[in-house]
Design a protein around this ligand. Structure first.
Ligand SMILES: [Zn+2]
Length: 257
């Protein structure tokens, strides 16, 4: 099957535009600001941007990564998040049949991108995305894979396992090891992907977290006291599970048939 180049290009352009909106979400959601008003403006001089200052990636390149009005630097992460979202959307277009589930999974991927950066920047996983995503995930799962039963189990198991782990850790060590944001985020992942892929996400994110945590301990003496933003590990793990998790599970479970 030859990929539909025009269709993929359209997905890429839409991915860039939505990526531009994700930047707004990453900046405003953890600060409890409206993601609609005011319109995009320079964080340094507050000058409102014109539409041609807001063209994804292109404007940043043309303006040399600086504000058109006050010339203060605009972070390179803005075009990177736009390109990241577009690239991940196109990847979905290549791996999924073009039906309703593709729309669900690209929306899910964009939510994961925002959660990755808000947890990294502010150690916040906004309820709008975690709780809102859980509700939205349950509703669409009633009509699409993984089905309502698997989604409900995903919410209960995902939230329950992390909550219990955090409670046990808190009892043993006397410090909070798992934030409620992580609990709600894994519940959301369970609602969208269903319980088997949710468990795969948990395994992959724990392995990645363990490796990064050990590496940090090796290079920084104070790493033991710095809590890792677990949501920033859950996000790429859930994305990988969404894209390739099912074939991996089929292959792995094949050993036990
Ligand atoms: Zn400015």
């Amino acid at each position: 099957m030859t990929p539909d180049i025009a269709g993929l290009a359209l997905i890429g352009v839409l991915g860039l535009l939505v990526g531009s909106f994700l930047n707004v979400c990453v900046h405003r959601l953890p600060r409890d600001l409206s993601i609609v008003f005011p319109a995009s403006h320079c964080p340094a001089c507050e000058h409102a941007l014109r539409w041609y200052h807001n063209v994804p990636v292109v404007s940043w390149l043309v303006l040399g990564g600086r504000c058109a009005f006050c010339r203060s630097r605009i972070h390179w992460r803005y075009p990177v998040i736009e390109l990241l979202n577009a690239g991940i959307w196109v990847l979905h277009g290549l791996l999924f049949p073009w039906d309703a589930l593709l729309l669900v999974r690209i929306g899910f991927a964009s939510v994961l991108i925002v959660l990755f950066f808000t947890d990294l920047d502010c150690q916040i996983l906004p309820n709008e995305l975690t709780v809102g995503g859980t509700v939205a995930g349950l509703v669409v799962s009633a009509f699409l894979p993984p089905g309502l039963r698997s989604a409900v189990l995903g919410v209960l198991l995902g939230g329950g396992v992390l909550w219990a782990t955090g409670a046990a850790y808190e009892r043993l060590r006397g410090v909070e090891g798992m934030g409620m944001g992580d609990v709600k985020m894994l519940a959301m992942i369970g609602a969208v992907l269903g319980w088997p892929l949710m468990l795969l996400t948990l395994v992959w994110s724990s392995i990645a977290g363990g490796i990064v945590g050990a590496a940090l301990l090796a290079v920084r003496a104070d790493a033991r006291t710095t809590a890792l933003p677990f949501g920033s590990f859950l996000a790429p793990a859930a994305l990988a599970a969404s894209l390739v998790g099912q074939p991996v599970l089929d292959w792995y479970l094949g050993f036990y048939r």
